[in-house]
Write a protein that binds this ligand. Structure first.
Ligand code: ZN
Ligand code: ZN
Length: 299
């Protein structure tokens, strides 16, 4: 099965408009993400992430519980990355009400002066979750030297890395059988999922990766973060006003994941957007002392 869930920018924009019409309080964040997705769309044709493994090799890794990027790597062209980051920075500045005047300073750091130096920097920030990326930025004193807040830095850097990773996943999906994967972390890049959906045709739970956009099936009665299967310790919550979203938490590791029921929603669901418009559930989870294992959204 191909973990297909690809939408054109036009479809994404349509979904964004629909959500804003329904609840205007999401307008500024949805418009920001919409503009970021437009930058991604513009860059996809230029990206060749170089997924080099053969189908047999990919399937053997997945069967053995090892993610594809353990053996392969995403090719990130430094010039393309620099251009993409510049576009993301411009977009964030245009679309965010926050004071972000200092953001272009990032591109003036010595890390961006030559392709060789930039390649080194990209190696440093690659394959990292947000928390680990922020630690790297602190260690390298990027925050101090650019005078940009680390939350904003990691956001623009991750948004510039995502198209390379998701292009890799698109290539991998052409070959690999993701149904061989049994783990809760991502079969491509090993990140923790940030949103899930119940599939329209059979109701199976598909987990979605925030970084490479892979989707893979995972049993409903199991915590994707710690493997806990004790139903008594896996509470679910709904919001009364919007029952298409649910939150599955785990009392063992205190992690949680939100799910949209695509069958009840009766429409194509775009996980990146659904995770934004279900933020009230995150507030509920935090109140119940659960946490999202890797939080990448900015508000
Ligand atoms: Zn992934
Ligand atoms: Zn757990």
């Amino acid at each position: 099965m191909r973990a297909k869930d690809r939408f054109s920018y036009k479809e994404i924009r349509k979904e964004i408009e629909r959500h804003i019409k329904k609840d205007e309080s999401y307008a500024s964040i949805l418009n920001l993400y919409g503009a970021v997705f437009a930058v991604h769309e513009k860059n996809y044709p230029k990206i060749d992430p170089g997924a080099g493994l053969a189908k047999d090799e990919m399937d053997a890794l997945l069967r053995g519980g090892r993610c594809l990027l353990e053996e392969d790597s995403v090719r990130i062209d430094p010039g393309l990355f620099r251009g993409l980051l510049g576009d993301i920075i411009a977009t964030v500045q245009e679309n965010s009400p926050a004071e972000l005047k200092k953001l272009p300073r990032l591109l003036e750091l010595e890390e961006f002066k030559s392709d060789g130096r930039l390649e080194q920097f990209i190696e440093g920030i690659k394959d990292r979750a947000k928390s680990r990326l922020e630690r790297y930025l602190a260690d390298q004193k990027i925050e101090k030297r650019s005078k940009v807040d680390r939350e904003i830095l990691s956001f623009v850097l991750l948004m510039s890395l995502i198209p390379f990773y998701s292009s890799y996943t698109r290539q991998a999906e052409e070959k690999a059988n993701f149904d061989l994967w049994r783990r809760g972390s991502c079969p491509v890049c090993n990140q923790k999922p940030n949103m899930a959906k119940f599939r329209v045709n059979d109701g199976a739970r598909l987990l979605g990766c925030w970084l490479c956009k892979a989707q893979w099936a995972f049993p409903r009665g199991e915590c994707p973060f710690c493997g806990n299967r004790d139903g008594e310790k896996l509470p679910s919550f709904y919001l009364e006003e919007d029952k298409i979203y649910r939150l599955d938490a785990c009392k063992k590791c205190r992690g949680y994941i939100k799910t949209i029921d695509a069958r009840t929603a009766k429409r194509d669901v775009i996980l990146d957007i659904e995770s934004i418009v279900s933020m009230r559930l995150d507030a509920r989870a935090i109140k119940e002392r659960f946490r999202q294992p890797e939080k990448i959204l900015i508000k």
